[in-house]
Design a binder for this molecule. Structure first.
Ligand SMILES: Cc1cc2nc3c(=O)[nH]c(=O)nc-3n(C[C@H](O)[C@H](O)[C@H](O)COP(=O)(O)O)c2cc1C
Length: 381
């Protein structure tokens, strides 16, 4: 077991302690630990590589994903980490989210990028505010990555929040071109971060979003010189009425798919599912920072949103390949199977990844693969 795996396991075992200390201290301690841990975690490449069995893979947009699951955006913001997850056997990798300008992210009361855990609810909150080094620096890093077959390399990008559209859109286009030149295999356009002003509209299809989609379609999608799928990531809070309209807007403009979705700000709705031992922390974090909720609290809503999206895709029957990717509360093999039953072939995880990492370390995709294989054998017999 590597030191990073040991710390991941230890933190998971000690996590419930957070419900016995004052919530403000809990946030401070967890955030500080996480800020030290994550950059080191990305470099902990296991000495043994795992290659998932061929039959568990998915082919989408002509790309081979060895497994139907990989990390959600935000885990490898700086672009480091590909070699690590590729050796673990992940279905793909995504770096970012990056913006055109470097961002410090949210710092409040001396806490840089406040985050916390809800251990008994298998969930988390963060209010980071998209800290990142910028498209240029991360694209230069990704250009040097050696791609492993079956593990596409993705990047998540966002237009610079708060910047006038006249500047933000050309800067976004420049970023997209840099990543295309850096050889990435797919791109996520993050239209869903609740932690920055301007990304928190759940009544989607606002005119600024449509203008961004138009510009990306005409200035980037239409000019691609190689297959380079671009999917749009929305919030899991996107209303069910809006999802078919969004699917149509994306299909019409030639986008390749959508991810449902990002973290939630439905604090009051989700509160009833929070374990009572996590309530003090939940109330403290959501009232003090707000932020986005992730993890098992989203399992149900991400599946429902994906179901609605898949119905819309089927009704539209696009003439090009369009995929819905599920993200939000994907924690287990059963969640991946539930996605597949709705027609969703691809999944991402953040909180679920770390819960599995704590238990299985770098063997997490090996263990998942064994379970998936066993499940398919049992289903067939
Ligand atoms: C600490 C943290 C940072 C995140 N940063 C980003 C980000 O930069 N870009 C993004 O699109 N999503 C970001 N997310 C959201 C995740 O990608 C994902 O959509 C969300 O956590 C729901 O998935 P989960 O329930 O599997 O955690 C972040 C989530 C967490 C917990």
């Amino acid at each position: 077991m590597s030191f990073i795996e040991f710390i991941g396991r230890l933190e998971f075992v000690l996590r419930p302690v957070i419900s016995f200390v004052p919530a403000s201290l809990g946030v401070r301690a967890f955030t500080a630990g996480r800020n030290v841990y994550l950059p080191r975690f990305a470099h902990d490449v296991p000495s043994r590589s795992f290659e998932p069995p061929e039959e568990l893979g998915v082919t989408a947009w002509g790309l081979r994903f060895r497994l139907p699951i990989w990390n959600a955006a935000g885990m490898f913001k700086s672009g480091a980490g590909y070699a690590m997850v590729a050796a673990e056997g992940a279905g793909a990798f995504v770096a970012g989210t990056t913006t055109s300008r470097q961002r410090k992210g949210n710092v409040v009361k001396g806490i840089t990028w406040p985050s916390t855990q809800y251990p008994y609810s298998h969930s988390a909150s963060n209010w980071m505010g998209l800290p990142n080094a910028g498209h240029a620096e991360v694209a230069a890093k990704l250009a040097k990555v050696r791609h492993v077959p079956g593990c596409p390399l993705g990047i998540s990008v966002s237009a610079e929040p708060g910047l006038d559209e006249g500047l933000a859109l050309p800067e976004l286009m420049e970023g997209l071109r840099r990543y295309a030149d850096a050889g990435v295999d797919y791109i996520e356009l993050n239209e869903s971060c609740p932690n920055v002003p301007g990304h928190d509209r759940h009544e989607a299809l606002d005119s600024a979003l449509l203008r961004r989609l138009d510009v990306v379609a005409s200035e980037f999608l239409a000019k691609r010189t190689r297959p380079l799928p671009l999917v749009v990531k929305l919030s899991t809070d996107t209303s069910h009425e809006q999802i078919p309209l969004l699917v149509a807007a994306l299909v019409d403009r030639g986008f390749d798919g959508m991810i449902l979705g990002n973290t939630s700000t439905r604090y009051a709705d989700l509160r009833r599912y929070v374990d009572r031992r996590d309530l003090a922390m939940y109330d403290h974090f959501t009232k003090t920072y707000g932020g986005g909720i992730s993890g098992a609290l989203l399992t149900r809503s991400s599946l429902e949103s994906c179901t609605v999206a898949m119905e819309a895709v089927r009704a539209l029957a696009p003439s090009h390949e369009f995929h819905v990717i599920r993200c939000g509360g994907v924690m287990t093999m059963e969640d991946i199977e539930a996605s597949r039953r709705t027609g969703v072939l691809l999944n991402q995880w953040y909180v679920g990844y770390f819960e599995n990492f704590a238990q299985h370390g770098h063997d997490l995709y090996r263990v998942l693969s064994e379970r998936m294989r066993l499940s398919s054998v049992l289903t067939l017999s």
